[in-house]
Design a binder for this molecule. Structure first.
Ligand code: VG1
Ligand code: CO
Length: 543
């Protein structure tokens, strides 16, 4: 094998964010950009000589070319084996499963998830560790360090590997196993859930719409929902992945999955609706005439998980990211199991899952998952919901009404101010941070601040400390506003404002969340001077 050692210099800005490195596709395609980052991953994890890795992506523009480069670099760096999805495709949860199933030394996932794809949109790459989960900060720090000192990368001179059919290939001595991206994942789902009960549910006339948003879950959803479970053809919408996700944002929320929302809110809506994101790790849940917030979905799944065979013995504990509502904590209380609060990003759940401290975890951004992999998993959440509905035979709306009546309702909303000038966003943030100690006792409209702090996390398993994970303002009565800057964007800054208020009055459980949260929204704007700093009076996206 001819190995080229290409001299290079560090490229600024290769610092992984909430979930790997995300940049404009054109930036990833600049000379040496991808190669520098891949070599830095390899160097940051102590080299890949003799190791095996899983490689796959969400099929966005540049996916396959990037994989060909990664294969040649892995061979040049002495890797023993690469397991790659057919046509370079793997959903994020399927990649996580393959890493675990095959005991590989981790994997590379090519995705910018919910960010749009295409030559003028976004691309991303992240390293997952041998447990199948996104690399924790101590490893991403090493990778970043390597990007700042890199002097050369290695790449084999080889032809493109044909990834179109499952089978084996080689670059010199490195074995490349090309696998069906869906097969092992489907087998796992079949172990976790009661497929015969789900078949019976669909056979009884239960109807569903699943919006794959032109992204990676299309093939998985077709195979599971329609082929295995007998849902009628047409249940899966937008089920053929396209490199630019049909020109849309593959972000499963009421704004970007509007087609599904219109169906579910319209006449003759199906019983159940769901959508997933670019790389298949998120889920949006709807019922006929109702949108279920991800925080509520997590709480409901925790309350009823025992309906599914995989969880029939109960849950060890639950975890949620800090900005996610406390709805699941109330369920945990009742179940008598621990509830953990972690920073945003799935990498913080890995230790808790590995240590057997939690079984379920989730984020307000529509990510839910369990011990079955070490990523959030969109279709898994959909199947768990289906298993619960198959057992209870209640509508989604009735399930939610029952849940709120029992636990109270954590009214919840996230307001995103996108593409704000980065300096202005940081100025807002640091001004607010400085103000936190003086806020307690101050009133804003009818709301009085009870405490304010910056969130930091001490991992209960390995003791690692993560600082500066968001600003929290608590109000008397339990309402809360949280401010964070997004770590997944590629232009400017996105300010996220998370709003939550618990309502236990049975007469006030069915309001519009924006109305229920109006005082809190006003208080948050006043305290942080959002318009003053950003010029924005209203958010771009409300979920
Ligand atoms: C966002 C979400 C976070 C999620 C992350 C990756 O991060 O808020 O909850 O874990 O995306 O999800 P941020 O830093 O932009 O708020 V995925 O499905 O885009 O990999
Ligand atoms: Co995703």
């Amino acid at each position: 094998m001819n190995i080229q050692t290409v001299e290079t210099t560090p490229i600024a800005g290769q610092k992984p964010g909430t979930s790997g490195l995300r940049k404009k596709t054109a930036v990833f395609m600049e000379p040496h950009f991808l190669e520098n980052y891949v070599q830095s991953i390899f160097d940051g994890i102590g080299g890949v000589a003799g190791k095996s890795l899983v490689v796959g992506g969400d099929g966005r523009y540049y996916n396959e070319s990037a994989i060909q480069i990664i294969l040649r670099m892995a061979a040049a760096n002495g890797a023993a084996k690469i397991i790659v999805g057919q046509n370079g495709l793997l959903s994020t949860p399927a990649a996580s499963h393959l890493i675990r199933l095959n005991g590989t030394d981790g994997g590379l996932i090519l995705s910018a998830s919910h960010n749009p794809g295409g030559p003028n949109a976004d691309f991303g790459l992240k390293y997952n560790t041998p447990n199948g989960g996104p690399a924790p900060e101590n490893i991403t720090d090493k990778i970043y360090q390597a990007t700042t000192t890199i002097t050369a990368y290695k790449i084999a001179e080889a032809h493109d590997v044909d990834l179109t059919t499952p089978g084996q290939a080689r670059i010199d001595t490195m074995l490349i196993e090309i696998v069906d991206p869906t097969a092992d994942y489907i087998a796992l789902m079949e172990e976790l859930f009661d497929f015969p009960a789900l078949k019976t549910l669909f056979a009884s006339g239960f109807t569903m719409a699943f919006d794959a948003m032109h992204a990676i879950t299309g093939p998985y959803a077709h195979a599971i929902l329609e082929d295995r479970l007998g849902a009628p053809a047409g249940t899966v919408l937008n089920g053929t992945p396209s490199p630019d996700f049909g020109g849309g944002h593959p972000d499963p929320n009421p704004i970007w999955a509007k087609q599904l929302v219109d169906i579910m809110m319209g006449k003759n809506a199906p019983d159940f609706g769901a959508a997933s994101d670019g790389d298949g790790d998120r889920n949006m849940i709807m019922g006929r005439g109702i949108y279920v917030t991800p925080s509520d979905s997590l709480a409901l799944l925790a309350a009823h998980a025992r309906c599914a065979p995989a969880y029939e013995r109960g849950l060890l504990g639950v975890a949620r990211s800090m900005p996610t509502s406390g709805a699941v904590d109330r369920v945990a209380d009742k179940l008598g199991i621990p509830a953990f609060e972690t920073p945003t990003g799935w990498k913080f759940f890995g230790n808790l899952l590995d240590a057997g401290r939690v079984t379920l975890c989730g984020e307000e951004s529509a990510g839910t998952g369990s011990t079955h992999v070490r990523e959030k998993d969109g279709l898994w959440a959909v199947l768990l919901w289906l298993n619960i509905l198959a057992t209870t035979r209640k509508s989604v709306a009735d399930m939610m009404a029952q849940h709120w009546a029992e636990y109270g309702r954590n009214y919840y909303s996230r307001h995103d101010f996108e593409d704000v000038d980065a300096d202005k966003a940081h100025a807002l943030f640091s001004t607010l941070r400085d103000k936190l100690p003086s806020l307690a006792g101050q009133s804003f409209g009818p709301l009085t601040v009870s405490s304010a702090s910056e969130f930091a996390y001490d991992d209960p398993v390995d003791g690692s400390h993560s600082a500066a994970q968001g600003l929290i303002i608590n109000f008397d009565g339990g309402a809360r506003a949280v401010f964070r800057l997004s770590g997944t964007g590629t232009v400017g800054a996105t300010l996220r404002l998370y709003l939550e208020a618990l309502q236990t009055d049975p007469a006030a459980l069915h309001q519009d969340p924006q109305v229920a949260l109006a005082d809190l929204i006003a208080a948050a704007h006043t305290i942080a001077k959002i318009q003053g700093f950003t010029g924005r009076a209203a958010p771009d996206v409300i979920t």
